[in-house]
Design a protein around this ligand. Structure first.
Ligand code: MET
Length: 389
């Protein structure tokens, strides 16, 4: 077998599909079974015992769809290859993925989490609310080492962060974590721009709904990690039921094929829009990560909601990572659930807009953005943006 490492672009179209030619197939098979017949009940019982004891993936059919699914496993294998981890465990959404990680650590008696703001609004809420019985200490990256306690089970960061695109030096942060596992939400960067395990992270999570799927038509989440952690996550997934639907697994595997070309093309357009926005007097501040990428954020002097109301080509909708361009107002939507004071602490201004740049032509996008900024600027009485709640 040829062991020469393959490039990311090659892995994106081949990982998780290596056996297809031998199977006489070109597209990955989609297995929608909820249950798997067997005439040997003792053997099934033994396999269930084995899964309950170890959380290792089963050899052969998975008995029942809540344990595993072969189509989803292909997506997990492919994503793990792109992130450079042993394996990956897929979930029904990014929030189900994060919940499973928190439950896994809390079930080991390690219920304290150290986290850096900003995070995606619902991640912030899940930690702040303690809904899953965890306790959080928010700090900046420099304070992580001091915030770690004997019962700390996880350090969590998102970089570039949702929605400000603030970046964290992952290598320095991983060093501060010592033996506590570092979880990086890599949804915005994707493995095309950043592979957090290469910088010392132990777990990498994605809202697969975004760039991995890439077309705005599939909801999913995934954690890329070592096999030991994955075994615990599979046991939690089985017990709590937050599984990824096989059709979603199929679509995500297909989405990965074009991930490198999409991210590169969208990033080039984003960089050009950033250049134009930075020179625009109607825009007071532009946020764009050193890492690059297709997410941009900018602050306007007037009411940002007038901009989302005026766009015509660009879709005014939350979410990101699709082939078409989306814009949204984080204080109203993606980070609405975060307390206004905490939003402010995370650098999320009421005037901030977040845009996910798609594959449209840059001139068409600029024309739409320009007319929307003009419409917003023309509003007679500039009503102050009220702080939420
Ligand atoms: C329910 S709001 C947010 C969806 C998605 N995580 C985003 O940041 O756009």
């Amino acid at each position: 077998m040829d062991t020469t490492p393959r490039s990311l672009a090659t892995e994106a179209v081949h990982a998780g599909r290596e056996d297809l030619a031998d199977l006489g197939l070109h597209a990955a098979p989609l297995d929608l079974s909820t249950t798997y017949p067997s005439r040997d009940v003792a053997a099934e019982a033994a396999r269930l015992d084995e899964f309950a004891a170890t959380g290792a993936r089963m050899e052969g059919p998975p008995v029942y769809a809540r344990l595993d699914n072969p189509t989803v496993a292909r997506f997990e294998d492919a994503l793990a290859r792109l992130e450079g981890t042993d394996t990956a465990v897929a979930f029904a959404s990014g929030m189900a993925a994060l919940s499973a990680v928190l439950l896994l650590r809390a079930s080991a008696g390690l219920r304290h989490v150290v986290a850096v703001r900003p995070l995606y609004g619902c991640s912030d809420h899940l930690l702040t609310s303690g809904l899953l019985g965890t306790e959080v200490t928010w700090t900046d990256p420099a304070g992580v080492a001091d915030a770690i306690r004997p019962d700390t089970g996880l350090v969590m960061v998102e970089t570039p962060a949702n929605p400000t695109l603030a970046e964290v030096d992952l290598r320095a942060l991983a060093h501060s974590c010592g033996s506590v596992p570092l979880l990086v939400d890599n949804t915005f960067a994707t493995p095309v721009l950043q592979r957090p395990v290469e910088h010392g992270a132990r777990l990498v999570m994605h809202s697969a709904t975004k760039y991995l799927g890439g077309h705005g038509d599939v909801l999913g989440g995934v954690v890329a990690c070592d096999e030991e952690t994955a075994r615990g996550l599979r046991q939690i997934r089985f017990a709590t039921g937050g599984v990824l639907h096989p059709l979603a697994g199929y679509l995500l595997l297909r989405g990965l094929s074009t991930l490198p070309v999409r991210v590169r093309a969208q990033s080039a357009t984003a960089a050009e829009l950033v250049r134009r926005l930075a020179e625009d007097p109607r825009v007071t501040r532009v946020h764009y990560p050193r890492l690059g990428g297709a997410m941009i954020a900018f602050e306007v002097a007037g009411d940002p909601r007038a901009v989302t109301a005026a766009v015509r080509l660009i879709t005014p909708a939350v979410s990101l990572g699709s082939v078409d361009t989306l814009i949204q107002h984080p204080a109203s939507i993606s980070h609405r659930i975060v307390d206004p004071g905490d939003r402010q602490a995370g650098g999320i201004s009421e005037h901030l807009l977040r845009m996910s740049v798609g594959l449209e032509d840059v001139e068409d996008l600029w024309r739409d953005l320009d007319q929307a900024l003009r419409a917003a600027d023309r509003q007679p009485a500039r009503t102050p943006v009220p702080a939420a709640r």
